[in-house]
Design a protein around this ligand. Structure first.
Ligand code: C5P
Length: 235
């Protein structure tokens, strides 16, 4: 018997790291494992929601029994998220989306030749998918809770919080789950690929940030509990 807090709700979760193709065999990628996003999808299902998982590259097994859309690039993730979002009650954007992509993809493998100059890769900006989904929701007047993730580096919690609050404002989402990564976060170099995580959940309503610490599943459960609480408040 499922925990009924989100019964009847549609939750869309993005997870993993996008890959931006350079040629048929090479890409620009990132170190996201997808573990945190997949844990969020599982937490949503455990709470009784109908879940769509939009998965970019992940390093772990994809969950069975969840509606799954697999994507590679940021633009593919955007198309999938846009089409899934129109009927979603909740969007959780946990994927690590490339900010830039190569300006074109070579149709054939880039060759190294002694007689040719070294290749130069020109990057162009990817759209901010999260900010676009917020704009779409607002334009449609939809009631939809949108949750962003952010990985911030920095030594002091105060600085990280200020930066994260500014990001929450800029993106316009309702909640921002902030990971502190890099030197200064408890001596840990990065949380990528690890099984545990420590986050702050920031709310645009200005309420106190909520700290969650534990396995990525425990963190996901805390995020889902906050989502359920907000849906309860707003319904
Ligand atoms: O700006 P930043 O990359 O720190 O924001 C992270 C959040 O924005 C995540 O929720 C991520 O999924 C989302 N994002 C996005 N499109 C981008 C970059 C990030 O939706 N191009």
């Amino acid at each position: 018997a499922a925990d009924p807090r989100l019964r009847g709700k549609r939750v869309v979760v993005t997870a993993g790291g996008t890959r931006e193709a350079l040629d048929p065999v090479r890409y620009l990628g990132n170190r996201s494992s997808g573990k945190q996003g997949i844990a969020v999808a599982l937490a949503a299902r455990a709470a009784g929601a109908e879940v769509t998982l939009i998965a970019a590259h992940v390093e772990v097994a994809l969950p069975q029994g969840i509606d799954l859309v697999q994507v590679e690039s940021a633009l593919e993730l955007q198309a999938a998220a846009q089409s899934a979002s129109s009927t979603a009650d909740v969007l959780v954007m946990a994927a690590a989306v490339a900010d830039f992509r190569p300006d074109h993809t070579e149709g054939a493998k880039i060759k190294k030749r002694d007689d040719s100059a070294d290749p130069v890769i020109t990057l162009v900006r990817n759209p901010d998918i999260l900010a676009g989904l917020v704009a779409d929701r607002n334009a449609a007047g939809r009631r939809q809770l949108i949750v962003g993730f952010a990985a911030e580096t920095g030594d002091d919690r105060g600085g990280v919080l200020d930066y994260a609050r500014a990001k929450l404002e800029r993106k316009g989402c309702d909640l921002l789950v902030v990971n502190q990564v890099g030197p200064g976060a408890g001596g840990q170099e990065l949380t990528f690929g690890q099984d545990s995580n420590e986050v702050l959940i920031l709310d645009r309503d200005g309420s106190e940030p909520l700290a969650a610490l534990g396995t990525k599943q425990e963190v996901a459960n805390a995020v889902m509990a906050r989502i359920a609480e907000k849906l309860g408040v707003e319904n």
